[in-house]
Structure formats: C-alpha cells, structure tokens
Write a protein that binds this ligand. Structure first.
Ligand code: FDA
Length: 308
C-alpha cells in the first residue's frame, strides 16, 4: 500500500518543503481546498448550498505548537462563524474543528487549552445558529477528544463527533455515542495507525465500517455517513430503509472536490448531503492525506511535477 509510507514521509521537513514549494502542488491543492481566504470559502459555501447541499467548513491547520497560534485559530473560527451568522446560513453551514489546531498537542495543559478554545467556538456557533463537529485525529488523541466532546455536549448537545472504523475500539465508542440526537460522523480513518490499535487491511476497515453503520442506524443517533465508497453509501441507504428512517434523520458527507457527481446525485435523490469544505493557507497535512488515500492522486501529482 502506497498510503502508509506516504503518510510517514509527509512528516519529513524535506518532503514538506518539496511539496509546498512545487507549483504543481497548487493545481492539485485547488481541487481539494476551497481557497485561502474567508471570501473564497464563503463563495464556495454559496455555490454548494445553492445546489442543495450543506457544508462543514474546516479552517486548515493542525498540530499547533504555541498557545498564541491556538488562539489565532480559535479567533479565525469565531470570525468565520460571525460571517456565517450575518449571512443567515444557519445549520446549512457548520464548522469542523481539529482539537490539535486549538492546542490539544501543547505540552502540559494542552487538553484544557483545547477544551477552552473549543468552548469559545461552540458559543460562537450557538450565536450564529449553527453547529460544530470535532474532527478525529490519530489514535493517541481519541480519549482526549471524546472527553472534550462529553464535557461540551453538556452545554452544546448538538456538538458532533467523528469516529474512525479503522480503530479496534470504535465499535464500543459507537455504542457509547448511539443515543438520541447524538451527531456521529463515521469515517474509515485517514492516519497511519499501528496494528496494535487498528485494522490494517482495507477489507477489515470496510467490514468494521458496516458494523458501526448498523449500530448507528439502529439507534436514535443522527448518523453522518462520511465516505465516498459507493458500497458503504448503498449499505447506509438499505440500513435507513430497514430502520424506517426518514431522509431528514441522517446525512451523507463527502470531501470537497471528491466524487462531485455522486454528491449531486444524492442531493437530487432527496438525501441530505454535507460537503466538508477546507480552506486556509496551512493545507499541507490535509493535502498529503488526500494523496495517500488514492494512488491515482499521487500519479497525477508526479506527472504534473515533471510536465510543468
Ligand atoms: P475509500 O478510501 O475506500 O474510497 C472509496 C472511493 O472514494 C475511492 O475508490 C475513490 O473513488 C474515492 N476516493 C476516496 N478518497 C479519495 C481521494 N482522496 N481522492 C480521490 N478520490 C477518492 N478521517 C479522519 O481520520 N478523521 C476525520 O476527522 C475525518 N473527517 C472526514 C470528514 C468527511 C466529511 C469525510 C468524507 C472524510 C473524513 N475523513 C476523516 C477521511 C476518511 O477517514 C477517509 O480517509 C476518506 O474519506 C477516504 O475513505 P472513503 O470512506 O472515502 O473510502
């Protein structure tokens, strides 16, 4: 599998420099990222909501190394939410937040700093009439992220969680979060994880995804089926029918720029579809995970480098 070595290489400063200074990166980044400015992400939001989709906006950034940086990310979210509120988007445009971007990885007090910053973001979302979902990062962050979720849901019950089917623990986490109104975004997982905590064969990750879907659809939770995989999408549709769910009781989610025709097909079939819309200058980590997911993206990237 190309994905794991690529994810590991992406941690090297030399690879980062090569990728971020190559003009060809820019062309491929534009496929996955809505732009660097708030104006650009708001324009993309208008376009997608105009087509009947909803969005969740990610201000790109992760692994923040100082408190000041974490506060700057928090403030960027608050400003963005202010604009979304002014524009009256409501729940059609929510935000997704990586806790490592708001301080989780800081030594000592990181968990507390991330919790405090996430609380400020949730409060701004409440004022704007919308919601927040906490992204999930590598397995070492899951306990801290679920603890932040638990604390904040006491005041913001609409706060969304992300669970990754690749992790052995996730079926249990699904059961724990399968209660009324609980918004759970189920993904396969985008991080290179050791076999001690995660399934490493794609077929096992897929099987676990189906088991988790079943837990969520048979519960009173609000499943957010975040995948581009046609099999998983079809299975979710069948589980919704079996559970006699209305189309308003769950949603499909996909990343900006990936399987756009399928996003439109689902919207026109009457399903709820939310597009994960990343923007900002710090696109490197996000971009490398998208390359790692699909060898064809790497081939496209390499071709662009040599044919510039
Ligand atoms: P799979 O990888 O099997 O792909 C199925 C098909 O989708 C492929 O055959 C291809 O056609 C298409 N496809 C998938 N990825 C592509 C790509 N990069 N480029 C082009 N085509 C592609 N992960 C995580 O660990 N934490 C998180 O918080 C999130 N958040 C998140 C939100 C949303 C809304 C989505 C859709 C995904 C995430 N992810 C994530 C990423 C997720 O874990 C996973 O890595 C990707 O969604 C790819 O897996 P699929 O389920 O799409 O299946």
């Amino acid at each position: 599998m190309l994905g794991t070595p690529l994810l590991m290489a992406s941690r090297s400063p030399r690879v980062r420099k090569l990728v971020t200074t190559t003009p060809a990166s820019r062309r491929l980044v534009n496929r996955f990222v809505a732009g660097e400015t708030t104006g650009q992400v708001l324009a993309a939001t208008e376009a997608l909501t105009g087509e009947g989709a909803t969005v969740t906006i990610d201000h790109l950034g992760e692994d923040t190394t100082s408190r000041a940086e974490a506060e700057a990310v928090r403030d960027a979210y608050v400003a963005l939410l202010g604009r979304l509120g002014d524009l009256g988007h409501g729940e059609r445009a929510e935000v997704s937040v990586k806790l490592s971007a708001v301080g989780q990885a800081l030594p000592g007090d990181g968990h507390r700093i991330a919790l405090d910053n996430a609380r400020v973001i949730c409060e701004a979302a409440r004022r704007a009439g919308t919601t927040v979902t906490l992204d999930m990062e590598d397995h070492s962050t899951v306990d801290s992220t679920l603890e932040v979720l638990r604390e904040l849901r006491a005041d913001y019950p609409w706060l969304g969680a992300v669970l990754q089917s690749c992790l052995h623990r996730t079926e249990d986490d699904c059961r724990a979060l399968a209660y009324e109104g609980s918004r759970v975004r189920l993904v396969k997982g985008a991080y290179a994880e050791p076999a001690s905590v995660a399934y490493t064969a794609k077929a096992d990750v897929d099987r676990a995804y189906v088991r988790c879907l079943r837990i969520l659809f048979e519960s009173a939770a609000y499943p957010m089926v975040a995948t581009h995989d046609p099999r998983m999408i079809a299975i979710a549709g069948r589980l919704a029918e079996e559970a006699v769910r209305t189309s308003a009781s769950f949603e499909y989610q996909m990343l900006y720029g990936i399987r756009v025709a399928e996003q439109r097909r689902l919207v026109s079939a009457g399903s709820r579809v939310r597009v994960y819309l990343p923007y900002g200058a710090d696109w490197y980590g996000y971009f490398m995970r998208r390359l790692a997911e699909r060898p064809a993206n790497v081939a496209f990237f390499v071709r662009s480098v040599f044919t510039r």
